[in-house]
Write a protein that binds this ligand. Structure first.
Ligand code: ZN
Length: 57
């Protein structure tokens, strides 16, 4: 699914605004899940930032 059925926010809208419509967006929009995974993977590689996400959730 490319759109969240709970808040009606599409993946493109999230890309443009930088905000998800609700917490369900991450579960409902596959594209967003993939993008978030890549984002976290990138950060853990080069950043000093501590990310509380180890992929085992
Ligand atoms: Zn949503």
């Amino acid at each position: 699914m490319n759109k969240c059925p709970y808040c009606n926010t599409s993946y493109n809208e999230i890309l443009q605004t930088g905000f998800v419509g609700c917490s369900r967006c991450y579960e409902e929009i596959e594209e967003l899940q993939i993008a978030v995974e890549k984002m976290y993977a990138g950060k853990s590689h080069k950043g000093k930032q501590v990310v509380k996400y180890d992929g085992n959730l």
